[in-house]
Ligand binder design. Structure first.
Ligand SMILES: Cc1cc2nc3c(=O)[nH]c(=O)nc-3n(C[C@H](O)[C@H](O)[C@H](O)COP(=O)(O)OP(=O)(O)OC[C@H]3O[C@@H](n4cnc5c(N)ncnc54)[C@H](O)[C@@H]3O)c2cc1C
Ligand code: FES
Ligand code: FES
Length: 465
């Protein structure tokens, strides 16, 4: 087997002597001395550190935040920094157009924008206004103003297509003084590694785990899950969608757009394109955050998870996964291997909304996922109504459901408001006070009833059309 390497800007680089525990950003800037990639927030929020990364199974490059990736995570991949896309002597059409039409002032953010725009145009030749705004949601510019950047993008003329990449090559386990990285290729192997070693951490996209400070007294053993082929598949079977635990949010989008459009809208507003290209649903569920964006929608749809535990597979409803604030029923070595979502029957209405402080690149303050069946007389026959941000765990509100079953949707508003208020104990934090969240919950329930009574009502106020 070859030494561990990365293809950086089309050159194969031996990384067997580099620290796999350093961030990809530090490796690019400090070791490779490529200073186009910038460090702004170091938390995935500003996009200054954006690079293009090949997907594990190969294909079109995706944007990623290099500050959130460990070097050991991307062994065997292809990475492009802004230097690989154009130079002073030979700028890319994107760099030329941003310069010509005032899309850059101080220039600190510009390499990150060039990466995000390259990815957008490499995937879509003629992006809509909405595509452009979605693609830029993870890039912060403090001085130019987005209008001139968006207008410049519309004027870009030239071939932006980059060659498709091969799948990541095989690699050897790597270690440094501060951490070890293991690359299992089967679920059984991953479980065994976790069982036999101390201080193990399963690593999927790393968009949550890589932000957590691990005590320097611990030498973490990272077990990477995204090279296990069986975890990288997504398919429809027997009226269910099966999503492998390592499938990125970006790769779930075509399925959600087809089968659960409101869920697709939640995913489109999940972090940024850079985050969605790495983050997974399994990782989101395992953080057990009460404001995690996927749990309320999955619970409403009656989704379950497949878990590899004690050397065998078992199944659990997502609503039974959470026990307390950031705690799940999973044992330390358990692996979520897939998420299974049943397709709702035709007569059921599914809605999901997220309320956050900003429209883009922000986790929910409060969210709702609801699946409701009403008869032709507008009487609710069955429903599942689930919330994020209203208690220490994602919450299925069975009392509200029991209240609504048998009610005419046009006369249920007052009772729904009363029961919603009575049955929730929202948390207070920087995103919102308990009272504010309670008001949001009532507003979301009202929106649900209004939407059920008139499916053509457009209550969306912020989306770029
Ligand atoms: C800038 C930014 C924006 C964000 N925006 C949002 C947002 O809008 N909405 C939102 O909900 N979250 C958001 N997040 C949080 C984060 O991106 C999500 O929670 C994401 O889904 C985590 O997935 P991951 O694959 O990166 O998990 P990782 O970071 O790899 O793992 C998270 C945890 O899950 C464990 N784990 C991962 N996979 C498995 C598995 N298969 N089996 C067992 N354990 C596993 C890991 O050991 C770790 O404890 C954001 C984060 C950042 C940095
Ligand atoms: S430095 Fe801000 S997203 Fe990475
Ligand atoms: S050009 Fe200065 S921050 Fe964007």
């Amino acid at each position: 087997m070859k030494k561990n390497h990365i293809i950086l800007n089309d050159n194969e680089i031996d990384i067997s002597k580099s620290d796999p525990n350093s961030s990809l950003l530090d490796w690019i800037r400090l070791e490779k001395q490529l200073h186009g990639t910038k460090e702004g927030c170091a938390e995935g929020d500003c996009g200054a550190c954006s690079i293009l990364l090949s997907p594990v199974n190969g294909g079109k490059l995706r944007p990623a935040n290099s500050c959130l990736l460990k070097l050991g995570q991307v062994v065997g991949s292809s990475v492009y920094t802004v230097e690989g896309l154009g130079s002073k002597k030979l700028p890319s059409p994107i760099q030329n157009t941003l310069t010509k039409y005032g899309g850059s002032q101080c220039g600190f953010c510009t390499p990150g924008f060039v990466i995000a725009i390259t990815s957008l145009l490499n995937h879509k030749e003629k992006p809509t206004e909405m595509d452009i705004h979605d693609a830029l949601a993870g890039n912060l510019c403090r001085c130019t103003g987005y209008r001139s950047i968006v207008e410049a993008i519309k004027k870009i003329d030239g071939d932006i297509h980059l060659p498709e990449c091969s799948k990541w090559s095989k690699c050897m386990n790597s270690k440094s003084e501060t951490a070890s990285f293991f690359y299992p290729v089967s679920v059984e192997e991953a479980y065994e590694l976790s069982y036999k070693n101390d201080n193990t951490f399963y690593l999927s996209g790393g968009t949550d785990l890589n932000l957590i400070e691990i005590s320097p007294s611990i030498k973490p053993n990272y077990i990477l899950l995204n090279r296990i082929p069986s975890l990288n598949t997504i398919y429809e079977k027997n009226n269910e969608i099966h999503i492998g635990a390592s499938v990125t949010l970006e790769d779930t989008l075509p399925y959600f757009e087809k089968f659960f459009p409101p869920f697709a809208e939640i995913i489109r507003r999940f972090g940024s394109s850079q985050i969605r290209s790495q983050a997974t649903i399994a990782g989101n569920l395992c953080t057990a955050s009460p404001i995690g964006d996927t749990a309320p929608s999955l619970m409403a749809l009656g989704a379950s998870v497949e878990i590899f535990s004690n050397k065998k597979f078992k199944y659990l409803a997502v609503e039974d996964l959470f026990t307390d604030y950031r705690k799940t029923v999973l044992n330390p070595n358990d692996i979520i291997t897939s998420i299974i979502i049943p397709l709702p029957e035709n007569e059921k209405f599914y809605y999901a909304w997220k309320v956050s402080k900003r429209h883009d690149q922000d986790i929910s303050t409060t969210s709702i996922g609801a699946l409701v069946n009403i008869n032709k007389n507008k009487v609710i026959q069955s429903c599942r109504i689930c919330f994020g941000g209203l208690s220490s765990t994602p919450l299925r509100n069975r009392k509200l459901e029991d209240t609504l079953i048998g009610k005419d949707i046009n006369f249920a508003m007052d009772e729904a408001e009363r029961v919603t208020k009575k049955t929730i104990k929202p948390l207070s934090d920087l995103r919102g006070s308990s009272d504010y969240r309670a008001d949001l919950a009532v507003g979301l329930v009202k929106r649900l009833l209004l939407s059920l009574s008139n499916q053509k009502l457009n209550l969306e106020v912020t989306r770029v059309q």
